[in-house]
Ligand binder design. Sequence first.
Ligand code: IPE
Ligand code: IPE
Ligand code: MG
Length: 253
Amino acid sequence: MSITSIDKNKNTDLVLPRHVVIVMDGNGRWAKKRYMPRSAGHHAGVKATRKTVENCLVNNIKVLTLFAFSSENWKRPEQEVNSLMELFVSALQAEVKELHKQNIKICFIGECSAFSEKLQEKIRQASELTHENTGMVLNIAVSYGGRWDIAQACKIIAEKIVDKKLDVSDINAELLSQYVCLADLPEPDLFIRTGGEKRISNFLIWQLAYTELYFSDVLWPDFDQKELEKAIHWFSGRQRRFGKTGEQLTNLV
Ligand code: IPE
Ligand code: IPE
Ligand code: MG
């Protein structure tokens, strides 16, 4: 990866999403089409991920959140889960130094305690090394589920009530928003799902309440700069009303 390709003037006429979230789907079908094992699709998926991080930098995206492995993906055949875990370790090993050089802050969301000690160590190292970085924030969702996220937020709040630091009457949407994952970041502006399925698959279900949803038929390993920029252009044309009328927004009343 190189930062020399960054064009600072790119997209100045567009309304850019600050926070882009991506469900990187379609690796298995990409491999199947080529009579290759699913693991080959996941390897190709890592390459697309690496390029997407670079393409987000080029397009001045401030926060990128990637769905790498869901709470439900543990149900896949053991062999596939194992090969995905090995791939995560090797991808972190190969990429973290370069991401750090690019001033990227890497964070992980999900139930990381479910991973092997080795993978947990890589996750810790990547987070600690890049903790102070001030460039793009890259969140990687692993063993993540939106329902788990909301449940863990409720648990923290319940503990605070037991400790008398909060009262039941304090519970509202704003309070819950402070305890779900990514609470310290702007809410997702643009959701992209590749692979043709039109569903959220238990990704950031709380955080996506007002996110613009973009679905692409392109399989994840084929998702390139052109496809990302198509999604950003589509986003730029949306009118985000957040419950108001279109007239309220255009007349600024
Ligand atoms: C997404 O690709 C990667 C992960 C879920 C880890 P898939 O493996 O779901 O690919 P398809 O949907 O079977 O094509
Ligand atoms: C969603 O893809 C999870 C990730 C991309 C990591 P899946 O392929 O697991 O989703 P479903 O099972 O088709 O809903
Ligand atoms: Mg899939």
